[in-house]
Design a protein around this ligand. Sequence first.
Ligand SMILES: *Cc1c(COP(=O)(O)O)cnc(C)c1O
Length: 399
Amino acid sequence: MNAGFDRMLGAELQRLKDGGTYKRLRHLTTPMAPQVKMEEAGEVLVLSSNDYLGLADDPQVIEGGVAALRTYGAGTASVRFICGTFDIHRRLERRLAACFGFEAALSYVSCWSANTGLIPTLAVEGTAIVSDELNHASIIDGCRLATQAKRLRYKHGDMADLEAQLAGLPREMTKFIVTDGVFSMEGDLARLPEIAALAQRYDAVSIVDDSHGTGVMGATGRGTIEHYGLQGKIDILTGTLGKALGGAAGGFVCGSANVVDMLIQRSRPQLFSNALPCTVAGSALAALDQLEQRPELVARLRANTQWFREALRRMGYRPLAGEAAIIPIIVGETAFAIKMSERLLEEGLFVTGFGYPVVPEGTARIRVQMSAALDRPQLEHALAIFERVGRELGVLATA
Ligand SMILES: *Cc1c(COP(=O)(O)O)cnc(C)c1O
């Protein structure tokens, strides 16, 4: 290793440590579930995974992956268009398209890969992308890769700003509006009815990344589009298999047959990077079975979220309002949020604190993520810890 460069990295890492933003990995020795064993903290209750439906260690989902491993072996050892497409990919993609109400779907190894593969493929020279300023990093990077397109941002959830930006573009220019369905730091929803209407008025193509909404929002967990009753009104959907749908990895794009066909032709992660492992496809298919056969999972997730948010509020916390399964509690300074999450972990509760630069300084937060797998005694235990630590640190409002 180049010693001078390595020293430079060391100094930069030390600055992160001094600034309190250095991340330390924690190691689980058991499957993702409400209760896990963590090398650094022992037995802890997890309220910060994306395992919204509790499917990560579901026996059927595990079995789906094991069966696919036996049938197809460990990997594709190829990209899709050479010899890396197995029939299970087609099965998964047809299933995803049908599940979310689109003509076609294409899988990627992650939603990160889906967004960074989709956006630059469609947003070529002579087009414009208008993107919510709080969109996920993978959308931001996807836009950055669209070097030939005009790239604009609108203020978070500000439909007047979105409209002004659309109105400023030439009429005949192809335009894309891109947004998260559920925003991960605020837990709020994109205003999809207005976005769909603006897309229609300005002849724009709407793209929604519903990674945090898939399996969570809507009566049957089909996501934020279902929540608003907008099936058929959004042009392109991207999502992850790494959150509610089994939690392993994998992402997808749903759209028209032409959109998917163009991605097969030109999307760079499709052309130059391996296909989704068949084991993950097998688990994801089983997770879709669970979503369809057990609607009570979505109902329980929703009931848990409402109950927990309300209980926090009664206790004197000020969680942000919202309909998704993300409950952010604003606590102020970054260092305080980190200290609070450390105290909660010492008490046996794993929730993450987020601060600057992920969110603006002064709005650092503890982010609770709910799961259908958490039972009432576990939620009550988590609340007791929140009460103890909240009192100790003086964050509870006094009624
Ligand atoms: C989590 C997330 C992703 C990344 O998903 P992966 O499949 O883990 O790459 C992309 N977009 C949004 C909005 C997300 O929340």
